[in-house]
Design a binder for this molecule. Structure first.
Ligand code: DGJ
Length: 720
C-alpha cells in the first residue's frame, strides 16, 4: 500500500513500513524504515524528523550530514559519499536536489534493457530537481502488499539541451538511525563462493564491490544489515541486494549522528556516462527486505520474492530436469563412443537430460582454442549433434548443450575473421585468462553475430537445455567503437549487451531452459536469475564443501535456483572422499543432477543412484516452493542441518551431515524448525511420530555417523 497526503508518503508491505516526507524547503527526508506502522503514526514520525530537518538557511554547511535522506547529492552540504555525481558542461559538479513532484501508479517501474521485477502492486515515483543544473532524478519505490521486499531504483534525466556527464548514479540510498548495526556479506573466491561473514561496521566507508564485469565469486551484490542481537532465528535485519550482474558497489558509512547510510548500484570506479539533452540513465533495481525474524526469515522472504516476481514464471515453480553433465566425466576428451554409455546408463537410472559441456564445437580439444566457433566439431562427434540427440531420444532423455557466448579464443575462425570483436585497449597487452579474450558486447554487431550463431544451433537441433558459461573477468575495459568520452560507459554497456543476448535468446526459444554459470558461481545474482531460473552454484561439488557454499548462497537465493550435482570421489577439486549417499543428500537441496561417468559406477552404486534420484523426484516439490530453515551452521559446528517445509506445514524434508566423528561422542540433539507445533509428524526413516512442538523443543538425537556421513528425514503430518 502507498498512502500520501501530498507531503508525507507511507509505504507498506507485508511486515514493514517505510516513510518519507517533503520538507517545507523542498528537501526529501527519510522518516522511517522498519516494522509495520500505520497512518496514525505519521505524526510521531514527523516529530522525530523535526529534530534533524535542515532549516531554510542557504548556508547549509553540514545540514545534510545529520538529516536522513533518500538520495544524497554532492558538494553542497552533503558530505557523505555521494549517491550521484553529475558534471555540467562548465565542469561544475555541485548539486542540491529538491522535491518537484510525485505520482503513484499500478505495477512496477519501467526498467528497459535490464532485468527487473516482473509484477508488483504499486509504484511511487518521486521527482527531484537539481537546483544548479537541468538534471532531474526520479526515485522509484515499488511495493507488493504480500511481500517483505521494497524495490527501489533511480533514473537520472537530463532535462536540458546540453550534455551532462554522470560520474556516479547509485540505485538507492538508505539512512538507518540509532547507531548499532553489523553487516553480513557473502564473500569468497572460486570454489568457495558466498561464505557469510558478519562484522561490525567501523567508521570510514565499508565497501562491497566487484570490478570484474560480473557480480563475481569474491563479493556477492548482497548485504544484510543487522540490528544488535539479530540471529538466524530472531531479531531485525535488512537484506539489500541488487538486480544486477555487472560491476557493482554497495557501501555503508556512518553519519554524524550515528546514522548508517547504505547505498549501492553500478560501480562508479571508472564509470562515466554522457547524458545528452533529453536522455536518461536508468539504474538497476535494488531489493530491500525487512525481517523481524532474523536472517532466516529474511532469506525466506527473498526466496519467495525472487520465485514469484523475478524468475521466469514459466519455470519458477516447474520441476527441473535431473541432468547428467559430462564435464567431470570426460573434460575435453570425448567422442560418441565415450558419451553413449553415459547416456545409456543415465536412462537406466531415471535421469531426464544429458548435458554436453565444453568441447563440442570448433577446434576445441583443450582450452586454448575454438571459443567463438559455434559449429559442431565433427571430428569428435561423428554425424554431428544429431547422432547424440538421437541416442538421447531413443533412450527417453532430453539433450542440453553448453555455450560460452561472451568469449573468443585467438585460435578460432571468429577471431581470425574479426580480431576487433575482442576487447583490447590500444597499446595494452591483453590478459589471456584461461587462454581466451572477452568479446566486446558493448557492440550490437558483435551481439548480433553471436545471437545468429547460437540461434542457428538451437533452431536446427532438438535442444531443451542450455548451460551459458562465462569463464573470465574483464580486464581491459575498452571498446574500439566507443568515442574517448564514452569509454567510462564500457562496463555497464557490456552487461547490457549480455542482457540483450539473453533476452533475445530466451524470447526466441521459450521452450529451452537456460542455466547460468560463470566458472562455477561467479555470476550468481538476482539479475542473472531473471534469465536463468537456475545457476551453477560452484565448481566445487565436494559433499562437505557444498554444505557451506549452499548455506551461504541460500542467504539470498532460493534453493531451486542453485544447481547442485553429485560428482565422483576422490573429489576432483578437494581430493576428499565422501559417501555417495552424502553427496546425493547435499545435492538434493537444490536443482539436482550428476557430473560423473555413470557407466563406470559399480552395480551397487548404480542402485544407490537410482534410489537417490527417485528420492529427489519425490521431494522436488519442496525444493521448488517450500521454505528453508537453516538449522546447524557448518561454518561454526561439526554438523550441518537444513530443513525445507511446505507452505502449509504438512510436509518437511531434512538433510543433515556430520563432518568428522569424535571418539566417545556425547549425545547431541537437533531442534527442528518451521513445523506446526500442533501437528503430529511421522518421520519415515525413524518410524516415529511426534508433535511439531516436540520436534522443535525436545529435538531429535543427531545420528552418530562416520566421517562425512549424512541422513535425510521425510516428515509428513498425520491425523492425531
Ligand atoms: C566452468 C564451469 O563451471 C564448468 O562446469 C564447466 O562448464 C567448465 N567451465 C567448462 O569449461
Amino acid at each position: 500500500m502507498i498512502y500520501t497526503d501530498g507531503s508525507v508518503f507511507l509505504l507498506q508491505g507485508r511486515t514493514y513500513g517505510y516513510a518519507i516526507r517533503v520538507l517545507g524547503n523542498g528537501f526529501l527526508q527519510h522518516l522511517y524504515y522498519g516494522g509495520k506502522v500505520s497512518r496514525c503514526d505519521l505524526g510521531l514520525l514527523a516529530a522525530m524528523g523535526d529534530t534533524t530537518a535542515p532549516g531554510d538557511d542557504i548556508n547549509m554547511d553540514m545540514a545534510f550530514d545529520g538529516m536522513p535522506g533518500e538520495y544524497g547529492f554532492f558538494a553542497h552540504g552533503d558530505f557523505h559519499d555521494p549517491t550521484a555525481v553529475f558534471v555540467r558542461s562548465d565542469g561544475a559538479a555541485v548539486s542540491r536536489l529538491r522535491y518537484k513532484s510525485y505520482r503513484i501508479y499500478d505495477g512496477t517501474a519501467r526498467v528497459v534493457g535490464m532485468p527487473h521485477v516482473r509484477k508488483a502492486d504499486k509504484t511511487l515515483e518521486i521527482t527531484l530537481k537539481d537546483d544548479f543544473s537541468d538534471v532531474e532524478i526520479l526515485l522509484n519505490y515499488t511495493v507488493c502488499d504480500d511481500s517483505d521486499v521494497l524495490v527501489r531504483n533511480a533514473v537520472v534525466k537530463n532535462m536540458g539541451k546540453i550534455a551532462v556527464g554522470v560520474k556516479k548514479a547509485f540505485s538507492f540510498c538508505l539512512d538507518l538511525p540509532n547507531g548499532e548495526y553489523s553487516m553480513m556479506r557473502l564473500a569468497g573466491t572460486w570454489g568457495r563462493e558466498r561464505c557469510p561473514e558478519t562484522a561490525p561496521i567501523a567508521h570510514g566507508i565499508t565497501r562491497l564491490q566487484s570490478l570484474r564485469g560480473a557480480s563475481s565469486h569474491q563479493t556477492n551484490p548482497f548485504t544484510a544489515v543487522m540490528r544488535p542481537g539479530c540471529t538466524e532465528e530472531s531479531g531485525e535485519c535488512f537484506g539489500i541486494q541488487l538486480v544486477y550482474s555487472g560491476s557493482f558497489a554497495i557501501t555503508a558509512e556512518w553519519s554524524r549522528n550515528a546514522q548508517l547510510r547504505i547505498q549501492g548500484g553500478i560501480n562508479d570506479v571508472g564509470f562515466e556516462w554522457t547524458l545528452n539533452g533529453g536522455e536518461e540513465l536508468v539504474t538497476p533495481q535494488a531489493l530491500l527486505t525487512y525481517s523481524c525474524g532474523g536472517t532466516g526469515e529474511m532469506s525466506r522472504s527473498i526466496a519467495r520474492f525472487l520465485r514469484d516476481r523475478i524468475i521466469d514464471p514459466k519455470y519458477a515453480y516447474s520441476p527441473r530436469p535431473v541432468v547428467v553433465n559430462n564435464w567431470e566425466a570426460t573434460y575435453f576428451d570425448f567422442d560418441n563412443e565415450k558419451l553413449f554409455p553415459i547416456i545409456d546408463t543415465a536412462a537406466e537410472l531415471g535421469i531426464d537430460t544429458f548435458v554436453l559441456d565444453d568441447g563440442w564445437f570448433g577446434k576445441r580439444d583443450d582450452d586454448r582454442s575454438g571459443l567463438g566457433d559455434w559449429f559442431v566439431n565433427e571430428k569428435k562427434l561423428k554425424g554431428g549433434l544429431n547422432t547424440l540427440i538421437d541416442r538421447c531420444k531413443s533412450r527417453g532423455l532430453k539433450f542440453g548443450l553448453w555455450f560460452e557466448p561472451e568469449m573468443v579464443c585467438e585460435d578460432s575462425d571468429l577471431y581470425r575473421a574479426h580480431p576487433d570483436y575482442a576487447i583490447t585497449a590500444n597499446g595494452v597487452q591483453p590478459a589471456r585468462s584461461r587462454n581466451q579474450l572477452v568479446l566486446d558486447f558493448t557492440r550490437k554487431d558483435v551481439v548480433d553475430r553471436i545471437y545468429t550463431a547460437i540461434s542457428k544451433i538451437l533452431a536446427e537441433n532438438d535442444i531443451s537445455y542450455v548451460k551459458w558459461d562465462m569463464n573470465r573477468s574483464i580486464t581491459e575495459c575498452y571498446s574500439s567503437k566507443l568515442p574517448p568520452e564514452r569509454q567510462g560507459e564500457f562496463m555497464h554497456r557490456y552487461i547490457l549487451g549480455v542482457y540483450d543476448l539473453a533476452e533475445r535468446l530466451t524470447g526466441a526459444f521459450p521452450d529451452v531452459f537456460f542455466e547460468g554459470c560463470a566458472g562455477g558461481g561467479g555470476r550468481f545474482d538476482a539479475g542473472a536469475l531473471y534469465y536463468f531460473p537456475q545457476i551453477w552454484t560452484s565448481d566445487v561439488t565436494d559433499g562437505y564443501e557444498r554444505t557451506k557454499i549452499q548455506w551461504g548462497t541460500s542467504m539470498c537465493y532460493p534453493l531451486s535456483a542453485m544447481s547442485c550435482h553429485v560428482s565422483v570421489c576422490p573429489n576432483h577439486q578437494t581430493g576428499r572422499t565422501t559417501p555417495l549417499f552424502t553427496r546425493g543428500a547435499v545435492a538434493s537441496l537444490g536443482a539436482f543432477g550428476y557430473e560423473l561417468d555413470l557407466s563406470k559406477l559399480t552395480e551397487e552404486e548404480k542402485s544407490q543412484v537410482r534410489e537417490i534420484t527417485r528420492n529427489y523426484k519425490r521431494i522436488q516439490r519442496l525444493i521448488l516452493d517450500g521454505d528453508l530453515y537453516r538449522i546447524i551452521d557448518p561454518f561454526t559446528r561439526d554438523y550441518f542441518c537444513e530443513a525445507v517445509v511446505s507452505a502449509d506445514k504438512t510436509e518437511a524434508y531434512v538433510v543433515g551431515e556430520r563432518v568428522l566423528c569424535i571418539p566417545c561422542d556425547y549425545n547431541r540433539y537437533v531442534y527442528l524448525r518451521g513445523l506446526d507445533p500442533d501437528k503430529v509428524y511421522e518421520i519415515e526413516e525413524l518410524g516415529v511420530a511426534s508433535s511439531g512442538a516436540a520436534l522443535m523443543n525436545v529435538g531429535l538425537l543427531l545420528p552418530k555417523t562416520a566421517d562425512f556421513g549424512a541422513w535425510t528425514w521425510h516428515l509428513k503430518a498425520v491425523e492425531k
